[in-house]
Design a protein around this ligand. Sequence first.
Ligand code: GAR
Length: 205
Amino acid sequence: MSSVRTAVLVSGGGTNLQALIDAKNAGELPHVQFCAVISSRPDAYALIRGEKAGIPVYTAERQGKSQETFEKEILSILEMESIQMIILAGFMSILSEDFVRRYPRRILNVHPALLPAFGGKGYYGLRVHEAALARGVKVTGATVHYVNEIPDGGEIILQKAVNVEPDDTPQTLQRRVMEQAEWIILPQAAEISAKEILNQLKPEL
Ligand code: GAR
């Protein structure tokens, strides 16, 4: 069965990467093949998760260089591994318009809120949950969407709602959103997108 060569871009703990690896091992991602984990930080625990799963791991450090040089490093890895689909899984850098235009409907991102709420520049990681609690929302969740030139603005693939509890802290809410939404819908969206890519690549009969 053919599958889509996929890179996962990370910056931190990599629990979403782990959810993808676990789904693959459980046979839930027949059309997705993980060929690279690329981290913007050399100390990201996600790199160890990738290594343990036998996926080639790379570091393209963000710090200390221009956006252009950073993206050139990523692109050279993507080209070397013939990558067809990119998953941003806790990747904490915004990619340039030039970069995202190279991969239309080929880059997925998981965001820890129900977009368009609590999205865009400055909304990442724990900050998203701090903002949701400050606003007093009773329901939040996660979104997986295609990446375009607008931060968190691309077409939505899947969303899942999660209740906010009265005594939540940003940390408890983050954990619940991960467990009840992100780790479920990210693998599902990856398989949906991979199938779409394969359909597009299929030669006309
Ligand atoms: C996740 O909650 C992810 O949705 C969020 O960062 C966390 C990374 O955790 N991403 C963003 O905020 C992107 N805007 P992980 O490294 O354990 O997967």
